[in-house]
Design a protein around this ligand. Structure first.
Ligand code: HEM
Length: 261
C-alpha cells in the first residue's frame, strides 16, 4: 500500500517533529524548544529577504530592495510576536529546567549572528573560533560588504557625496558611524521629492532597524520577567549586558540625521 503523505513528505514534517528532545518531563521545556526553533527559522526568513535586498541594491534597483525589506519587516513582526508565547510560561515552570540548559545561550545562535553581520554589526568577538569553522557562512559573510555598505555604495553611484574612506573601508569589521554619511542622509531627508528612491530606501532601512531594536527590547523584558538580575547562561551579567546591547542601532546615521533636520 502506498503510504505517501504529500504534505508531510514535501516539507519533511516527520523529521521536523522529531527534532525536539526535552531532557526533563516539563511540558514547558517542549514549548521552550519549539519557540527557540520557530525563532531560528524566522531569523532565516528575515535573512533570506535581507539577501534579496542586498542583491537588488547591487543592481541599483532600490524599489525592488524596498519590497524585500518590507517583507523582512513582516517576518520581524512575527518574530517579536513569538515573545508573547514565551511569556505564557510561568517563571516557576522555567527555572527547574533552566539548570539543564548548561551553558547554552542565544549568543551562540549562528543564524542570529549572520543577521547581525549581514546588516553591518560585525563584532567577530561574539563568535567562538570553533563556530567560524563549524558555520562557514559566518566567515564568508565577513568577506562581503554588508547590506549597509552596499546601500552606501549605491548612493555614491547615484551621485551623493559618500566619502571614499567609507566606500573602501575594511568590510570585515563593524561599521563605524560617520558624520559625512549623516550629512548625506540629512540631504536626502531635506529634499524627499528630489531624492525619492533614496528617501524610500532610508525609511525601509530604518523600519528594519526599528523592528530589530524592538526585538532586542522585548527580549530584555522577557529576560527580566524570567530571571530578574541573574547571570546569563552564556556568562554575561544577564539583563545588564542586554541593556547595553539595546543601545546599539543599525544604520546609526539614519537615526542621528534626525537631529540635524
Ligand atoms: C526565558 C527565555 C530566555 C532567557 C531567560 C534568555 C536570556 C538571555 C540572556 C541572559 C542573554 C545574555 C547572554 C547570556 O549571558 O546568555 C541572552 C542573549 C541572547 N538570547 Fe536569550 N533568553 C531567552 C530566550 C531566548 C530565545 C527564545 C531566543 C531566540 C532564539 C533568544 C535569543 C538570544 C540571542 C540571539 C542572544 C544574544 C543577543 C546578542 O548577542 O545581541 N533568547 N538571552
Amino acid at each position: 500500500m502506498n503510504d505517501a503523505n504529500p504534505y508531510v513528505d514535501y516539507a519533511r514534517m516527520d523529521a521536523l517533529h522529531a527534532l525536539q528532545l526535552p531532557v526533563t518531563d516539563s511540558p514547558f521545556e517542549m514549548q521552550f524548544i519549539l519557540l527557540s526553533q520557530v525563532k531560528e527559522l524566522l531569523f532565516r526568513m528575515v535573512h533570506l529577504e535581507l539577501e534579496q535586498a542586498r542583491t537588488r541594491i547591487c543592481e541599483d534597483r532600490p524599489e525592488a530592495a524596498c519590497r524585500a525589506l518590507s517583507r523582512a519587516v513582516r517576518h520581524q513582526r512575527t518574530l517579536i510576536g513569538c515573545w508573547e508565547s514565551m511569556n505564557a510560561m510561568p517563571v516557576d515552570e522555567f527555572l527547574p529546567f533552566r539548570d539543564t540548559l548548561g551553558e547554552a545561550s542565544g549568543t551562540q545562535s549562528y543564524m542570529y549572528r549572520l543577521l547581525e553581520f549581514t546588516l553591518g554589526n560585525r563584532v567577530s568577538a561574539m563568535v567562538r573560533p570553533t563556530d567560524f569553522t563549524r558555520f562557514p557562512q559566518l566567515s564568508a559573510e565577513l568577506q562581503r560588504p554588508s547590506l549597509y555598505d552596499e546601500v552606501l555604495r549605491h548612493l555614491a553611484r547615484t551621485g551623493l557625496p559618500v566619502p571614499e574612506h567609507i566606500l573602501t573601508r575594511d568590510v570585515t569589521g563593524p561599521y563605524v558611524p560617520d558624520d559625512a554619511v549623516e550629512d548625506v542622509w540629512a540631504t536626502v531627508y531635506r529634499s524627499p521629492d528630489k531624492y525619492r528612491a533614496a528617501y524610500d530606501l532610508a525609511e525601509q532601512l530604518l523600519e528594519v532597524a526599528y523592528q530589530f531594536s524592538r526585538w532586542r527590547a522585548t527580549h530584555l523584558l522577557v529576560v527580566e520577567r524570567m530571571i530578574g538580575g541573574k547571570r546569563g547562561l552564556g556568562g554575561t551579567d544577564g539583563a545588564a549586558w542586554l541593556r547595553k546591547i539595546n543601545e546599539h542601532r543599525f544604520f546609526a546615521e539614519l537615526w542621528t540625521a534626525r537631529s540635524a533636520l
